[in-house]
Write a protein that binds this ligand. Structure first.
Ligand SMILES: Cc1cc2nc3c(=O)[nH]c(=O)nc-3n(C[C@H](O)[C@H](O)[C@H](O)COP(=O)(O)OP(=O)(O)OC[C@H]3O[C@@H](n4cnc5c(N)ncnc54)[C@H](O)[C@@H]3O)c2cc1C
Length: 266
């Protein structure tokens, strides 16, 4: 709403690259076995994490916000959408391991790209979230599919237990997600299966979508004063304004903006 409010008042906002895909869940014991090469009962080793990246057809596909011993949470912020995100309790002691697996998207990559359209990425994000909401039955259930079924293009007949409390609806995500995402995710999962033996498994379940990796819109600011390039006294700051992705980078950006404001008034 803030982006549209600024735009409608003639204040410049811009489209910004972001990343979008799915959240995948394995059992934590499987990830421990893969990462610790079978030594998964070792009491001195913490629940294992992983980090994966692959270039697929010109775009990056990578793991994002991997949560060992974690939970997939419903994170919609509006009606008529589903959004997932992940988190881990401090002990990381849930039986599940989840991670976003997302495709890096620039405004120019999108089918509806128009020069100077600040909302091309935001509208793409919204459409994916809406389509997933419709596909899963217009509740907070998410459309889901076993990883191997996603690659084979068939709807899963059942699921292992999930940490996602609202529940799952079986669909073919290849028909729900835009092909530019689905086709790259399929190839990336095969490549990830080679990098981490056992990662590509029928026991892993895709939950869609993971769509809030970072903001799809940027509110431009002067590099030095950190004020909006047109309106003095507005400090576009942290994640929503397009200057951070995550807790620490958002906090540091907040400190930087406060430093500039203090300098200005001193
Ligand atoms: C489930 C979940 C798990 C996450 N896990 C991690 C993690 O493990 N590590 C990590 O680095 N990041 C994680 N994140 C992301 C992290 O929370 C964000 O990157 C970070 O909070 C962004 O900080 P921010 O200050 O930019 O925005 P926010 O923390 O969203 O703060 C924005 C504030 O502005 C307020 N606001 C909005 N609109 C208005 C308005 N019109 N008027 C007045 N106030 C308004 C909001 O209420 C909010 O308090 C997670 C996010 C979620 C949802």
């Amino acid at each position: 709403d803030i982006f549209y409010l600024l735009h409608n008042r003639g204040i410049k906002v811009e489209a910004k690259p972001f990343a979008i895909g799915v959240r995948i869940e394995h059992s934590q014991s499987l990830i421990d076995q893969i990462q610790y090469h079978g030594d998964d009962q070792n009491p001195y080793l913490p629940p294992a994490s992983y980090s994966l990246v692959e270039q697929v057809d010109g775009l990056g596909v990578y793991s994002f916000c991997m949560c060992p011993g974690g939970i997939i949470a419903p994170c919609a912020t509006d009606i008529e959408e589903v959004v997932t995100n992940g988190w881990s309790p401090s002990k990381r002691n849930n039986p599940y391991s989840n991670s976003g697996i997302v495709v890096s998207v620039s405004p120019q990559d999108l089918p509806n790209y128009k020069d100077n359209d600040p909302f091309v990425c935001l509208e793409f994000q919204k459409k994916v979230e809406y389509d997933c909401w419709v596909a899963a039955g217009k509740t907070q259930k998410v459309p889901a599919q076993r990883m191997t079924d996603f690659i084979a293009g068939k709807v899963s007949t059942d699921f292992p237990k999930t940490s996602y409390q609202p529940g799952l609806t079986a669909v073919d995500l290849n028909e729900v997600l835009p092909d530019m995402l689905a086709s790259r995710l399929r190839k990336a999962f095969v490549a990830f299966g080679h990098k981490m033996k056992g990662y590509l498994t029928t026991e892993a379940v895709l939950h869609a979508p993971e769509s809030r990796t970072s903001s799809p819109v940027k509110i431009p600011r002067d590099d030095f004063s950190l004020e909006h390039i047109e309106i003095k006294g507005i400090y576009p700051c942290a994640e929503g304004a397009g200057y951070a992705g995550g807790i620490i980078s958002a906090a540091i950006d907040g400190i930087n903006c406060m430093d500039r404001i203090i300098e200005k008034y001193n």
